[in-house]
Design a protein around this ligand. Sequence first.
Ligand code: S3P
Length: 432
Amino acid sequence: MKIRPTQKLRGEINLPGDKSISHRAALFAALATGETRIENFATSADCASTLSCLEQLGVEIKRENSTVVIKGVGKTGFQKSENPLDCGNSGTTMRLLAGILAAQNFDSVLTGDESLSKRPMRRVIEPLAQMNASIEAAENHAPLKIFGNNPLKSVFFEPKIASAQVKSCVLLAGLNSDGKTSVLEKTPTRDHTERMLRWFGVATEESDADNGRLITVSGDAELRAKDLLIPSDVSSAAFFLVAAACLDGSEIVLPNVGLNPTRNAVVEVLKDFGAEIEILNLRETGNEPAGELRISGKGNLRSRLSSNVLRGKIIANLIDEIPILAVFGTQIEGGLEIREASELRVKESDRIKSVVENLRKMNATVEEFEDGFRVEKSRLKGAKVQSFGDHRIAMAFAVAALFAEGETEIEDAECAAVSFPAFFEILQSVAK
Ligand code: S3P
């Protein structure tokens, strides 16, 4: 993909449905009794992986554009798949399905692509083993062989890392356990699972303890089908927010964007750095807050805070937006430093390395740390960069290309389809 700089972005963009929420909507609709109609289901390849795994497990699914209708089979009504279940590039599919499959009365195998096969799975294997599940995985990597017919015991689990996927895996297994399963989160992570469980009629117990947030589900809970509309993906919005914020004269409108407080720190951070973002028409859809984002570009951005360093609990809230924030850092006075973000090293690519390498190729001044990086305000120059097979890297550097002098070429840019198949088309349509 070759991209040339642009003056500004203008237009209204209907972004695809949220990827994290769509995965959960599909999985929970399958676990429910009755039929669920899901509107604005993510167009992402990752969510298509979730749907095809569910179909292989005997779930009937009708899909027309962004509407998906799922006939629930109940918590243990899945059928054994004769073939391995291919989760593609999707960590969410693999980790959440592991929690569901550990409780079925048949064996399953979960596989993934090259990137997913390198990502850490011990984080789900360990708690599931504590629950009496039996899983085989060489060096704790996919493929995961999950043995059925092991009645699950309830557990009290305190994850060592902040991960919504791990929390969700344990809560899903907990739905089929012999009692009450609790997860104590020291650092809050996206709470789409908790919200979606309530939407499907499951009364989760949630409380703020001194040492974190406690979430409890009961093994006898039942899910009931309920139609829903998925808000658009704030992580996809982030690319356009950053591009518009930095290009003077830009005006972009993004309707119906998910604004879950455990997920939307990127919007607050951009505002803290002087971006003009207005939120209109705030409402709830499928238990998730959503609203229209309007952004006006001004250029000349600088922090309104005392520091240009992001670290601590906010990192989990904007973990997927860090690649695009790195690009943002090249455009703001004083640059940007990200720390305590070593989770980035085990995402679809090593995102610290991917970002640092590409930014350097584009003439930015960057320092790499084990747990993050520091980028200075820099004059970007067009270059040949890599996506590293990582959708968010491909899209972040498409935005960097808009600010650069000369042309930028992104190798293997098609991987953007993992979360946002129409990204380049839409970017071109709003670049003026
Ligand atoms: C996700 C959680 C995050 C995020 C991923 C989607 C989810 O991963 O990076 O893109 O849908 O639960 P972790 O929970 O592993 O941090």
